[in-house]
Design a protein around this ligand. Sequence first.
Ligand SMILES: [Zn+2]
Length: 260
Amino acid sequence: MLHKWEGIVLKARAYGESNKIVTLLTREAGKVAVMARGAKKPTSRLAGITQPFMYGLYLVQRTTGMGTLQQGEHLNAMRTLQTDIRATAYASYIGELVDRLVEEGEPQPFAFEVVRQALLAIDEGYDPEAIALFVDWKMLPFAGVQPILHACASCGAADGEFAFSFAQGGFLCHRCYHHDPYIIRLSPTQLKLIRMFYMMPIEQVGKLDLKPQTKMFIKKIVTTIYEEQTGIRLKSRNFIEQLEKMDGLDGAWHTNNSEN
Ligand SMILES: [Zn+2]
């Protein structure tokens, strides 16, 4: 059976002398791995379309088991993602995260749209760090985490001062601080910011314009959630850390947050 899927290449690995196994995130069929015969050869008509982060229409022959990529055409070649090292690093991170969190075998329209909008925004030159953070928050439910951010996770109160509690999985009001000795207290601005990251529609991803310390704060919280609650630690994060060091942002991932 021949399928035509709108897809994004999450990753591509060599298979044998000249083939690639390509993991696509598609709008219609979710995550699928397909065989791209000959795609390792630069002269192959499949060479370009199977590069990481490529966004296009893919024609796949599949009956049972792994499908075979017949042909593809670009919807967007994502040139910045292929050539700008920072853009590449954050796109790799997004690709790896989503690949780890999304299971094969069923349509995942929300995840597809998150990845599509995020990669297009990075390709257009918007801040890749802020966009990757946005993806981190948006993908939390796929890691089995549904943070409680509309009210206190313990008593349900919507008023008062709030802190973030990893143990309670969300906000804790000042009346409930004693439930968790490791809370991170939040200013009203920080509270709003966390809510915004979690609730903001995907289409607005390109509009994020955040100060470095704001990103650091929001990153510390979401990174801790992933590490403590899911155990996920991504290889591509190491590369980003190296880049950040070169940018003079040394320690952004590890310093204790002191912003108030
Ligand atoms: Zn409470």
